[in-house]
Design a protein around this ligand. Structure first.
Ligand code: GAF
Length: 386
């Protein structure tokens, strides 16, 4: 097996189907710089694409049949149009692929039958959107193979529909937008209400900075149920306040809004979402002004809000954030849906190793399994490789 993910996808394709693919399509994982649990509140997010990618090697095959090999399990699955009648027939990792075919067909596209081989460098279950990367790589392949009329700016909704409607996860639009629409060297400022975007320069190199991504290795504890509960709580609060979504509560109207909510837990949820939207806007303003170092405190404040108000952190990620800050990180926060996953820390590039070592040492003291870590620069979104 080669280290190169695209080469692995090709090798997998050749060995599963005894011939070459017609093309290869890549989609990255993502980290969210700031703006957590704001997407399904019609708010703002600021993710960037990781240099870690999922690659789909693919070729058309006759009929309405889809065959998929994945290096993840080493197995090949197949499904046809009958098995796409509704959610639930294809399960496991195959559900993300079947979900994309299902969502395309639901939207009226004539999806070509295809053979696919999937290889990936995006770690699973680490909160770096391995599922969105898989959906986006498969979607890009099917759109190109079938000559489908689905430009990139409409692909995130389709991929989200696969995840919500077929896989059954009630996620927002951030992850699919990030992995499809991000640009190298930039973070994606996305307004989740109208899906307008601005590519914000996030130039770490010339600022002498790096983003250290720490995999907390915390086992996901009830993440799916807790995510859905947070979403329900936000929607109920919006209803109570008489707004379409919590994005419509302005920062200077937060105190009044909180005064109208009896339940203390709901007040905390609302406070997180409203202050987090503002932190995204403040981060964007600093990045636009080239003040990359100065976003650190906003990242750290975002973490405190997730820990104390939205209550989605776990001891491993809190430990990683505290250790990173003590070792000189400019800011640090959990990234992604929560209950485990990854922490990102903004660090002076020459301090990255020392900060990573400090996190590892803190984990040792607490008796946690050793964390993983990697430094990253913002990479490109989904693309056809050849
Ligand atoms: C997960 C979801 F998929 C996103 O839509 C988003 O809500 C995120 O959690 C939290 O910001 O990644």
């Amino acid at each position: 097996m080669t280290d190169d993910v695209a080469a692995r996808a090709t090798a997998g394709f050749r060995s599963a189907y005894a011939g070459p693919p017609a093309g290869r399509w890549a989609a990255p994982g993502r980290a969210n710089l700031i703006g957590e649990h704001t997407d399904y509140n019609d708010g703002f997010v600021l993710p960037f694409a990781l240099p870690l990618r999922t690659v789909a090697a693919a070729a058309p095959q006759p009929g309405e049949r889809w065959t998929v090999w994945s290096e993840l399990s080493g197995e090949t699955i197949a499904f046809d149009a009958d098995e796409l009648a509704g959610p639930g027939r294809v399960t496991g990792w195959g559900a993300y692929v079947a979900g994309v075919v299902w969502a395309l067909r639901e939207a009226g596209h004539a999806v070509p039958g295809a053979r696919l081989a999937i290889a990936s460098d995006v770690p699973l279950g680490s909160g770096l959107s391995s599922s969105a990367a898989l959906e986006a790589a498969v979607l890009a392949a099917l759109v190109d193979l079938g000559g489908l009329d689905l430009p990139a700016d409409r692909q995130p909704r389709l991929a989200q529909r696969a995840e919500n409607g077929y896989v059954g996860a009630p996620t927002g639009i951030m992850d699919q937008s990030a992995v499809i629409r991000c640009r190298a060297g930039h973070a994606l400022f996305l307004d989740c209400r109208d899906e307008s975007v601005e590519h914000i320069p996030f130039d770490l190199d010339t600022s002498g900075l790096a983003v250290l991504v720490v995999d907390s290795r915390a086992p996901h504890r009830h993440a799916d149920g807790e995510y859905a509960a947070r979403r329900r709580s936000c929607e109920a609060a919006a209803g109570l306040l008489g707004v379409a979504a919590l994005r419509d509560v302005p920062t200077d109207g937060l105190a009044d809004a909180l005064a109208r909510i009896d339940d203390a837990e709901t007040r905390r949820r609302v406070r997180h979402v409203v202050t987090e939207d503002q932190r995204v806007l403040d981060t964007v303003a600093l990045l636009r002004a080239g003040k990359v170092r100065e976003i650190g405190p906003l990242l750290t404040a975002s973490h405190a809000s997730m820990r104390d108000d939205f209550e989605i952190t776990v001891p491993e990620v809190d430990t990683a954030v505290e250790a990173a800050l003590s070792a000189g990180a400019l800011g640090a926060r959990m990234t992604g849906g929560g209950f485990g996953g990854c922490v990102l820390a903004l660090v002076d590039a020459e301090r990255a190793d020392a900060v990573a070592a400090a996190v590892t040492a803190a984990y040792g003291e607490r008796g946690f399994a050793a964390p993983g870590h990697v430094t990253v620069l913002p990479g490109p979104g989904a693309t056809r490789l050849d």
